[in-house]
Design a protein around this ligand. Structure first.
Ligand SMILES: [Zn+2]
Ligand SMILES: [Zn+2]
Length: 274
């Protein structure tokens, strides 16, 4: 039976000094490879190479928002793809229009004179297309492969931020991106097999987490319980929980009685389909 294979390339919060920034690979049963966020800088390519994934194998990127720890790796993926497979298809980048507007500015600043960037995508100086921007509305179905599709939903973080629900071979996987507790996320996660949810802190420090635009683990557990998902994985981990993430699990456990784990860099798991 084909599975969905999930690889966490980076699991650190923006200011975490021990982990790589957020990037998750979903290898879907129909052969589609999705990259959920791109970490920052070249850590996305270094982490991917460590598990045998090369830049040219990434063709679809689902971005949650335009904070640097989530989209900063894009120019490096593109640069590596152009070096190793110069005639390859453009990288498809899906997100809200607001996030893509900022992503275009970032790529313009960092790839100045290397590529020409416009509203639709980007091309090299010899006219080869290297990016296609794919703005999506919340709830809009985005077809990504024969049995793989996704839809975004708004979350409560930076303006333009979204989470993603991916349907792959009949299995539903939801990624929160960065967000405070979100009722939109609960609605979008109904009945999902797996919820991957961020948590910056525990409920006794709710003000700290909310003030920085993030959730506590208890909120992730509450969302998982309200949505009726089968399993919860917590990610976007701050320095203070790097060595001992058990307090995050205990905090989420107060609301959710299904399996809970905390992701770590290069953690890999398989979700069975069918
Ligand atoms: Zn973040
Ligand atoms: Zn953020």
């Amino acid at each position: 039976m084909p599975n969905v294979d999930i690889t966490f390339l980076g699991t650190g919060a923006g200011m975490c000094v021990y982990r790589n920034h957020t990037a998750i690979v979903l290898d879907c049963p129909d052969g589609t490879r999705l990259l959920l966020d791109t970490a920052s800088g070249n850590s996305v390519m270094r982490q991917a190479a460590a598990v045998g994934m090369m830049a040219q194998e990434f063709e679809q990127v689902l971005l949650t928002h335009h904070h640097g720890d989530h989209m900063g790796g894009l120019p490096y993926i593109q640069g590596q793809r152009s070096l190793t497979k110069p005639e390859g298809p453009p990288l498809q980048v899906h997100s809200s229009e607001e996030a893509l507007e900022a992503v275009r500015l970032y790529c313009k600043a960092t790839r100045l004179r290397a590529i020409d960037i416009d509203q639709d995508g980007a091309t090299t100086r010899n006219g080869h297309s290297v990016f296609r921007w794919r703005p999506t509305e919340a709830g809009q179905r985005v077809d990504l492969g024969a049995t793989t599709w996704a839809s975004s939903f708004p979350v409560d973080h930076l303006s333009g931020s979204v989470g993603w629900r991916v349907e792959a071979g009949g299995v539903s996987i939801v990624f929160s991106g960065d967000t405070r507790f979100s009722t939109e996320l609960v609605e979008a996660s109904r009945g999902a097999r797996l919820l991957i949810h961020e948590a910056l802190d525990v409920e006794s420090n709710l003000e700290n987490a909310n003030g920085r635009g993030h959730s506590v683990a208890a909120g992730a557990g509450r969302a998982a319980a309200m949505a009726g998902v089968e399993e919860l994985i917590i990610t976007h981990i701050d320095s203070s929980f790097h060595l001992d993430p058990q307090p995050l699990i205990d905090d989420a456990r107060r609301y959710f009685d299904g399996p809970i784990s905390v992701a770590s860099d290069l953690y890999r798991m398989t979700v069975a389909t069918g």
